[in-house]
Design a protein around this ligand. Structure first.
Ligand SMILES: C[S@@+](CC[C@H](N)C(=O)[O-])C[C@H]1O[C@@H](n2cnc3c(N)ncnc32)[C@H](O)[C@@H]1O
Length: 243
């Protein structure tokens, strides 16, 4: 089941995340695609595109097709990325019936919580690439980089709604492959304050486990440095070239 952030609360997304904050991250994605594929207006498929914030910094360089499970989130991305073809689909099962030069999965890849989820998603990626095609993914955390008991908060307003968004991230059971982020939304509209909460479950795997599962799926797999996290924890892009 999709989290509320992407269903009944999806209208709050522009107050949770602003496209301008993705320029630095997107530069790493552009660079890795260019490094592997060379110059040219390559066609990328982004799975789990969300609001299309990261993608909005790549469309000047590449053609793009985008997939997400959430209609509400696709609506934001359609607005931000009018030249991109958008489709509803699950990254574990979607089949577009054509191939692309690269398959990208930004932070949405963090929602893969089991090795079977990862295997299915890697199959989706290989099904949409020719030999030499590139896969890039960026889980928020790896087992090695996870920091337990982390709080983030932010406030934004569009003049009508003021949203205070608080996140608490922790790992209730370090023996399994998941961690949890509890989200609180304080939604202030005029004189009315509504408080909503929910929990997101994310996958937690070591860098080596990711690379092994990518190799198993038919990629030559490696990491690239991705020093973009606000709290300073190390980040890596997972990069695979289809054999
Ligand atoms: C944090 S948002 C992505 C934001 C995006 N990186 C951006 O730049 O705007 C995560 C997205 O992953 C999507 N998602 C989660 N699981 C998915 C799945 N199995 N298949 C497709 N999309 C999925 C959610 O619907 C949500 O839109």
């Amino acid at each position: 089941m999709l989290p509320r952030m992407y269903t009944d609360l999806a209208h709050l997304w522009p107050l949770i995340s602003d496209p301008s904050n993705y320029a630095e991250e997107a530069a790493f994605w552009r660079e890795v695609v260019r490094k592997k594929l060379g110059p040219g207006r390559h066609h990328v498929l982004e799975l789990g595109v969300g609001g299309g914030n990261n993608l909005s910094h790549l469309t000047a360089d590449f053609d793009a097709t985008a997939v997400d499970l959430s209609e509400g989130m696709l609506a934001h991305s359609r607005k931000l990325n009018p030249g991109v073809e958008h489709h509803v689909g699950d990254m574990r099962t979607v089949r577009m019936g054509r191939t692309f030069n690269a398959v990208l999965i930004h932070d949405a890849i963090s929602y893969l919580i089991s090795e079977d989820d990862i295997r299915a998603t890697m199959e989706t990626a290989t099904a949409h690439l020719e030999s030499g095609g590139v896969f890039v993914g960026a889980p928020d955390f790896f087992r090695e980089t996870f920091t337990d008991s982390k709080i983030c908060h932010d406030r934004a307003s569009d003049g009508k709604i003021e949203l205070t968004h608080i996140e608490y991230t922790y790992d209730p059971d370090p023996a399994d492959t998941t961690y949890e982020t509890v989200m609180f939304y304080l939604i202030r509209e005029g004189k009315r304050l509504t408080v909503e909460q929910e929990s997101h479950l994310f996958g937690l795997f070591s860098v080596d486990r990711w690379l092994s599962l990518m190799e198993e799926a038919g990629f030559d797999a490696e990491t690239a440095e991705y020093p973009v996290h606000e709290d300073g924890h190390p980040g890596y892009l997972l990069v695979g070239v289809k054999r």
